[in-house]
Ligand binder design. Structure first.
Ligand code: BG6
Length: 465
């Protein structure tokens, strides 16, 4: 068997605007949901006042330091960088008729810099943020008007960057709205499951319209969806547990089913019926849903279990999903259970279900990196984590799964999404920054930097199998 990955496999890293850019009020940027959650997705909404401080306001200052960071990515051999556009840089309130030219110009510079280094951008339209104006004035995605606002935003950026960006994603981890409705669909306060699915319906329609617009405006581009790949195993082989796992998996597969097949699956209709959920829809919505994605992208950090036995369901909070812990797996410092084989299972599952190309756009290990006496960070734990996951990607490719690429999450230390922590570091590149904002923001290479460079240069031949 060949040990190398295919020639056209894309290698790189993944970032999100609100976790790296900083410059939160520069060049006319509006307030986003992320700005209003200074302690992360699972924190409280905080009224932002002049002079107050959130670590996300500066983040790692990618807004000003991107040329240097991109040259470091190039040094590792990246052929692809996943970034997101901050919607609020383009439409600060979300409902303007005309876009903010300064925001558009900044992403032009970013994409030009990537092109100079031969790095292909993979761009997420909405990564865990939306204009706060749309939450305050319209009630977020609960309001059907959001579809048109999002379509205008998507068409604006497709038109502007049509010659620069050929790979697009619609909504980051679209299934996470079920777990964090404010970040996912801009719903505040108490909301019912029906409210959330109504907002999700609007977002799925908007996603379909974005796919349509992308195909019209950039015929040689490809556009994918983005799922949080929450792979669930049955806790035991009891038929009840096996069925519970099937149902849990459908909670995220539902999004893939709609975005890849173009219609609502029977199991969700039953669920809606039994729970008295009646979605408000219009006939045109179903035409929009028929514009299915070209490829499927997903994040994968961990797997979990499901059981029908509620008393056993001692829950472990992993990022966003509550999952029953797997007694056979070890965990990261943040309690995320590490399961490289699960990535092969997930790739095969998605391929068998949809037969669309797959792109792993997030996978990574958050850890507290401690410099040694010489100031070096020997992050062997991170190397082991990535090595073991990439070996499973290679296995899946040999199983016949079509995999477009791998963008490691957090190639440079950034602000974590769930709790806005600096201490949870993912990077190959260390950033001198503390939670209170102190630090020089200087970048330095960790041991994993050189290791990943060698993996990319050898197209995976240096992986330990
Ligand atoms: C994914 C998100 O859920 O997980 C990223 O798309 C996020 O934005 C990543 O950063 C890791 O989560 P955390 O909370 O460790 O940053």
């Amino acid at each position: 068997m060949k040990t190398q990955f295919p020639d056209d496999f894309l290698w790189g890293g993944a970032l999100a605007a609100n976790q790296v850019e900083g410059a939160w009020r520069e060049d006319g940027k509006g307030l986003s949901t992320s700005d209003m959650l200074p302690e992360g997705i699972f924190g409280q909404v905080v009224e932002r006042r002049p002079g107050d401080f959130s670590i996300k306001d500066i983040a790692i200052d990618f807004y000003h330091r991107y040329p240097n960071d991109i040259s470091l990515f190039r040094e590792m051999g990246f052929t692809c960088l996943r970034v997101s556009v901050a919607w609020t840089r383009i439409f600060p309130q979300g409902d303007e008729r005309e876009p903010n030219e300064a925001g558009l110009a900044w992403y032009d510079k970013l994409f030009d810099e990537l092109a100079r280094h031969g790095i292909q951008p993979l761009v997420t339209l909405s990564h865990y943020e939306m204009p706060w104006g749309l939450v305050q004035n319209y009630g977020g995605w609960g309001n059907r008007k959001l579809i048109a606002f999002f379509e205008r935003y998507a068409r604006t950026v497709f038109t502007r960057y049509r010659s620069k960006v050929k790979l697009w994603l619609t909504f980051n981890e679209i299934n996470m709205s079920l777990h964090a409705p404010l970040t996912g669909v801009g719903l505040q306060g108490d909301c019912t499951k029906g409210d959330i699915y109504q907002a999700i319906h609007h977002q799925l329609v908007a996603s379909g319209l974005a796919v349509k617009a992308c195909h019209e405006l950039i015929p040689d581009a490809r556009i994918g969806n983005m799922l949080l790949g929450g792979l669930i195993y049955p806790l035991t082989c009891k038929p009840e547990d096996v069925f519970a796992a099937l149902q849990e998996n459908r909670r995220w597969q539902f999004f893939g089913d709609v975005q890849c097949r173009g219609h609502y699956p029977g199991y969700i209709k039953r669920d809606f019926r039994e729970q008295g959920i009646e979605l408000q829809t219009e006939p045109a919505d179903f035409d929009a849903l028929r514009h299915t994605v070209d490829f499927i992208s997903f994040s994968y950090y961990m797997s979990g279990c499901a059981t029908a036995d509620v008393s056993q369901a001692e829950k472990l909070r992993g990022n966003i999903l509550d999952m029953v812990p797997n007694p056979h797996l070890e965990s990261s410092e943040w309690g995320w259970q590490i399961d490289p084989i699960g990535l092969r299972t997930l790739l095969n599952t998605l391929w068998d279900r949809y037969q669309k190309p797959l792109f792993i756009v997030e996978n990574g290990l958050g850890a507290q990196d401690k410099p040694d006496a010489d100031g070096q960070i020997n992050d062997d734990y991170r190397i082991r984590y990535i090595n073991d996951h990439l070996v499973q990607v290679w296995e899946a490719i040999n199983d016949g799964v079509e995999v477009m690429g791998y963008t490691y999450w957090g190639p440079i230390d950034l602000i974590s999404a769930s709790k806005a922590e600096v201490a949870k570091r993912y990077g190959f590149i260390y950033v001198d920054l503390n939670q209170d904002g102190s630090g020089t923001l200087k970048r330095s290479r960790k041991k994993s930097f050189y290791w990943y460079r060698d993996v990319i240069n050898s197209r995976g031949a240096t992986l330990k199998r």
